[in-house]
Design a protein around this ligand. Structure first.
Ligand code: DSN
Length: 421
């Protein structure tokens, strides 16, 4: 992108914009929650809609001048409902965290209990980390994996906790878990104890929309929250989907506005409408399937070289590798070494980590962004090989320089696309 007006007006900001554009073009992005949006989405983000206040919902706004805001928000809602097969969608949450907070306040009273995945076993901060504000209001209890080497969740223990703690909400979702969840178990436990059943599908929304992963609504989940910028490949943002219950949908709408947020970011909602339109195309199914194939190709390389993965591998594109246990390199150091060769991942705690969160044992990575650039299984196996070579050669500057050059060449042959076909 040109940024010609920024160049003329503000050289300091222009340098940062150009620098990031170049970093993204020359390096390989493997943080599993990141992706590249189309230029159509980027144009919407920079559109005049950023100027507009639009509190309320289409047709029911508090300010005038809503002809075009109503049009784009209605498009985004209708496309979201079609993508996920549900009756209601609220596309206003600013991101995943506010979407989850709004859902809690919509469905729960202060003091109510939420049953979610243990944070050290892959759950997300907003599923009840002690440092988050929602823990001052609601009581969070946990389920875990039964076997860290296979990733199997301990559903018997989960049922026992649910019967004992009587949660009002059961959460299926994660930030760093690499296997599929058994959604039927969640619904059955939820019905048994009278809890709402909610899926936080942030990391797998694109896989569900692309019909390569099970849709929790198909087995009776009440609602789903998600971000829109990960596998779904839209602008940064969130969304809350309700399967069929109008009363829940109404509570969600009120909890988002005026409960939590003010004016929705209409430029962003236009970007969501465009991205959802892209995800409705048949080609998105191929993209989503390729994300999984590419992750499997990386998994095979790690297996072959004896690197331990939490959950034993991946079924959903997320890979959580125990680099400290396998290679003697901490997660923090691994992230730094890989940055040096142009490969971006994030350090991550692993289940029952013996190390600290800011210098944990693991790294987390995935394939949505590489797949958007057209990487196939062979390319991804090559990237995994580069990663392990760099980590094993971390004290050899010449080796790292060679890998950096190879990474740059690989990036150059797969430019970040402007348009998705
Ligand atoms: N930061 C996002 C992730 O990487 O999973 C979620 O909050």
């Amino acid at each position: 992108m040109e940024y010609s007006h920024v160049a003329t007006q503000d050289s300091a900001v222009h340098a940062a914009l150009v620098g990031e554009e170049q970093r993204e073009a020359e390096g390989l992005e493997l943080i599993p929650s990141e992706n590249y949006v189309s230029y159509a989405v980027r144009e919407a983000l920079g559109s005049a809609l950023t100027n507009k206040y639009a509190e309320g919902l289409p047709g029911k706004r508090y300010y005038g001048g809503q002809e075009f805001t109503d049009a784009v928000e209605t498009l985004a809602i209708d496309r979201a409902k079609e993508l996920f097969g549900c009756a209601f969608a609220n596309v206003q949450p600013l991101s995943g965290a506010p979407a989850n907070v709004a859902a809690y306040f919509a469905l729960l009273e202060p003091g109510d209990t939420v049953l979610g995945m243990d944070l050290s076993h892959g759950g997300h901060l907003t599923h009840g980390h002690p440092l988050t504000s929602v823990t001052k209001v609601f009581n969070f209890v946990r389920y875990k994996m039964k076997d860290v080497e296979t990733g199997e969740i301990d559903y018997d223990a989960m049922r026992a906790v649910a019967k004992h703690e009587k949660p009002k909400l059961i959460l299926a979702g994660f930030s760093a878990y690499s296997r599929e969840l058994d959604y039927e178990q969640f619904v059955s436990i939820g019905r048994e104890v009278g809890a709402y059943v909610m899926a936080d599908i942030a990391h797998i929304a694109g896989l569900i929309a692309g019909k390569v992963a099970q849709n929790p609504f198909d087995v009776g989940f009440d609602l789903m929250t998600t971000t829109t910028h990960k596998t779904l490949r839209g602008p940064r943002g969130g969304m809350i989907l309700t399967r069929e219950n109008e009363e829940i949908a109404h509570k969600i709408n009120k909890a988002v506005f005026p409960g939590l947020q003010g004016g929705p970011h209409m430029n962003n909602i236009a970007g969501k409408a465009i991205a959802f339109g892209e995800a409705l195309r048949p080609s998105f199914h191929i993209y989503a399937g390729q994300i999984l194939k590419n992750a499997k190709a990386m998994e095979e390389v790690l297996h072959a070289r004896g690197v331990r993965m939490i959950g034993g591998g991946t079924s959903n594109h997320l890979i959580l590798a125990d680099v400290f246990g396998s290679l003697g390199v901490s997660g923090k150091e691994a992230e730094q070494v890989l940055d040096e060769v142009g490969i971006t991942v994030n350090k991550n705690v692993i289940a029952d980590d013996v190390r600290k969160p800011l210098d944990p044992s693991g790294i987390r990575f995935g394939t949505p962004a590489l797949t958007t650039r057209g990487f196939d299984e062979r390319d991804c196996a090559q990237v995994a090989t580069h990663m392990l070579d760099a980590l094993e050669g971390k004290d050899d500057p010449a080796k790292k320089e060679t890998i950096r050059a190879e990474v740059r060449a690989l990036a150059q042959t797969h430019p970040v696309p402007e348009v998705f076909v």
